[in-house]
Design a protein around this ligand. Structure first.
Ligand SMILES: Cc1cc2nc3c(=O)[nH]c(=O)nc-3n(C[C@H](O)[C@H](O)[C@H](O)COP(=O)(O)O)c2cc1C
Length: 164
């Protein structure tokens, strides 16, 4: 029962979350795909797919959108999980809705907003200024919601059990 975890990450937080999900599902049963490093992904060996991205200036990464576009029909045929890293708690729900197409959101077994991090040491000068202005944050902060990661893992595992 192999699961592909496909993600994009600007400063490493979604990557960190993807690795935690991998640990939860079992390293031998999962493979991580960082969309920054892979050109094409063959999903055919994978029974399940998890897709994760993060929000920057209101939108999820283009790479994530492109992946979902390219594999749209295939994704609708496999059990799917969706997760999103973002820091604006007020806008999180609408950011999630904008990040993932409606058909995939409805099809997904599990959908989680995981929270995120502001990592000033990884930001360029423009990003630092933007985060200071928009979020009013002056130094690094981590708000990864481990409970949501556990829920995602549990819901995916549960769906796998049902299928057996
Ligand atoms: C320049 C910048 C812009 C951001 N814009 C938003 C935003 O519009 N909405 C939001 O909820 N979070 C926003 N965030 C928070 C990110 O989603 C958060 O830092 C996330 O953990 C990034 O994950 P990544 O390192 O995997 O890309 C922003 C962060 C940065 C650095």
């Amino acid at each position: 029962m192999k699961t592909a975890i496909v993600y994009s990450s600007n400063h490493g937080t979604t990557a960190k979350v993807a690795r935690r999900i991998q640990q939860g599902l079992g390293e031998d049963k999962t493979r991580l795909f960082n969309l920054k490093n892979v050109r094409r992904i063959d999903l055919s060996p994978y029974e399940r797919v998890l897709i994760g991205g993060s929000i920057h200036a209101g939108s999820v990464q283009k790479r994530v959108r492109k992946f979902m576009d390219t594999h749209f029909h295939e994704l609708l045929e496999k059990p799917l999980g969706l997760f999103l890293c973002c820091m604006d708690e007020q806008r999180a729900e609408s950011e999630f809705e904008n990040a993932f197409p409606e058909a995939l959101r409805f099809h997904a077994i599990s959908r989680k907003i995981i929270g995120g991090e502001f990592l000033f040491e990884k930001m360029n000068i423009i990003e630092k200024a933007m985060v200071k202005k928009v979020a009013g944050v002056e130094s690094s902060v981590s708000k990864i919601n481990d409970h949501k990661i556990d829920e995602l893992v549990e819901e995916m595992n549960h769906a796998m059990e049902d299928e057996r």
